[in-house]
Design a protein around this ligand. Sequence first.
Ligand code: NDP
Length: 328
Amino acid sequence: MTDSFRALVATQAGDRQEIGFTTWTDADLPAGDVTVAVEYSSFNYKDGLALAGKNRILRKFPIVPGIDFAGRVLASDNSAYAPGDRVILTGWGVGEGWSGGFAERARVKGEWLVKLPSGMSSRHAMAIGTAGLTAMLCVMALEAHGLPDKAKILVTGASGGVGSVAVKLLADKGHQVSALTGRREEEPFLRALGAVEVIDRAEYASPGKPLAGERWNAAVDTVGSTILANVLAAMAYRGAVAACGLAGGMDLPTTVFPFILRNVALLGVDSVQCPKAIREEAWTRLAADLTEADLAEVTGEVPLDEVTGLADRILKGQVRGRQVVRVL
Ligand code: NDP
């Protein structure tokens, strides 16, 4: 087995970040205990920030970006994994401070990996990826808080990766899902996912009152900032918002009124350090609830060679749904 492979590598020259394809060997990989032949990766908003050199996502150089991958174990010093096992990696700072999925090979700590659920291919896992996992973690957080049947639920950033999967998962559970989007042209796509209503982002984009009419039992927010503040103001009594993103900004210009007068819960959702047991539960549910065919409408595919072209588009909010990256 040759130990050289193709990798997209970011380096730092002074203050400038440079990125390009090169040949690496196993010796260039970090010192984990499981080496994986990457079959598919995926492209997330955070990958867009990383490739564009924004928000200091990449913290160590040289580094292979790519926060997700799925593939086949090549070598393992970890008793939980053997060569040939199929595995998924999301989170744990991989593709940020540890080389990730935009290369034909990766080496990570075995404790970070999840075994591919039976019946799921690497491509299917990456059509879900960090974004789909995060959408499921939001659904689980809302369910743990308590969701009425046929709840009225708002999903923000609905045409994006997390949002589109959240719309599908919640609609399939029988909830009345409304999709907030800045892209009215995506209305047919969002309705096909199961949204009963599509709301123009502009309705929630300007600073509003501390409390508005009680409209939502629950919400999944991928956007943050003023939009999240307006969502909180429009929650029904004892409603809950699962907040996971900052596509619209990292601030939150709200008041305490939704919390102290309407008993609204703001549930933070993080997929990066999510404990393994919850991750495994989420992946098991995703394997059962979202077939690859279910995701066909949501999923685009690019070869590894074209991954850099996605960064600008995802940061401008122009990428629809999920993008898998074909590595092998
Ligand atoms: P995408 O870019 O695929 O989706 C984000 C969506 O947000 C866009 O498609 C767009 O939807 C909307 N949007 C974009 N810009 C703005 C804006 N300025 N104001 C309001 N809405 C906007 O990203 P992902 O789905 O991959 O990620 C969504 C967010 O969740 C990101 O902030 C990401 O960092 C975060 N995230 C967090 C995770 C965690 O563990 N907490 C894990 C994964 C993602 P539309 O056009 O429909 O309005």
